[in-house]
Design a protein around this ligand. Sequence first.
Ligand code: AVJ
Ligand code: FE
Length: 434
Amino acid sequence: RSPLDPEALRERALDVLTTARERTALLTTCVDDRDLMAQHSPLMSPLVWDLAHIGNQEELWLLRAVAGRDAMRPEIDGLYDAFEHPRAERPSLPLLPPDEARRYAAEVRGRALDVLEGASLQGGRLTEAGFAFGMIAQHEQQHDETMLITHQLRKGPQALTAPDPAPAPPYHGPSEVLVPGGPFTMGTSTEPWALDNERPAHRRLVPAFHIDTTPVTNAAYQAFIDDGGYGDERWWTPEGWAHIRANGLKAPLFWRREGGQWLRRRFGVTEVVPPDEPVLHVCWYEADAYARWAGRRLPTETEWEKAARHDPATGRSRRYPWGDADPAPEHANLGQRHLRPAPAGSYPAGASPLGVRQLIGDVWEWTSSDFLPYPGFTAFPYKEYSEVFFGPEYKVLRGGSFAVDPVACRGTFRNWDYPVRRQIFSGFRTARDA
Ligand code: AVJ
Ligand code: FE
């Protein structure tokens, strides 16, 4: 059966929607109702907003746009429109209380599954290859990552647990690889559920460069701190220097110095910062400054994607570093299976043809690039997913974190945020010209 066979598509859509809803349910039942309504940080929505927003987007794109149904509760659309109300404002809105939000999202889901059963998955741009179903599953999983960020910011005892990644044998391979110069195909025109900003596929000429085989570790980042990196203007862009001075930044978010060591708070538990884990919760300015201190630089987005997808043996771009197969647990740390990145050098089975590891999963990786459209970009299905964000104020992150589900992560997937943001699960690796 071809993966584009309508029955196979229906099964896959049902599977990714179900996985997303199980995760949403866990993230919104492991704390009490008061906690769901509270704002844990002005950077984030109350969890109960994400819950109803997930249902509302599903109503808009599956029930109304695909099936042509009327609005179930037109009066709530505005409340859950991310562009109408900034996050800091959301707790003061007349939001649906937790029980009602859950009932609404479940009601929408029941109807969406009826639509899936009867939908033609071949005709029409929105339904071709089940795109709208894949888009909605990705949207829910993106909010599941957002909700996990809210959980990390939340004060109070631990509410979520997961087994740690398997301990990895220390990595003794080369610290960087040479990616040969030449053209490669960036982006995609064939990945059925790729979002608008990943399209279309196009050729880019990339000069040779070196890139780190693993993300930068806590130990390496501590060496930058110990060397006085946060006090030395030479390593920072003017905006970065002004930002860390104005906000008194001296270490990644959630770190604190006590008794001669660095501790960090992680989902309600304080632990010694693990030296071999990829550094997490750094902003773009910190990543950029570290790279300059190390005599290196951040990779461009194009370099990152070439390192992740280009197969020098065939000249083709793969879906993932390891090939075209969907992610399996041996490839990458994805899907909130673990609530932390795995030690640097883990997942040898997920390495790229040149031996670059952990490009997918573990930590989002800052690149030096602004978030811009590819040549030939067209907004689909709505301008507010990507187009309104294009420009120099956002930097691109690549590769996904431990908190991203496989459905919302691939070699072409693009994330973006402001260069000051570090509540996200962000780390980085460095590069240099060949
Ligand atoms: C792609 C993570 C930047 O959370 O703002 C969720 C994803 N878009 N709902 C975001 C998104 C609409 C988006 N990011
Ligand atoms: Fe959203």
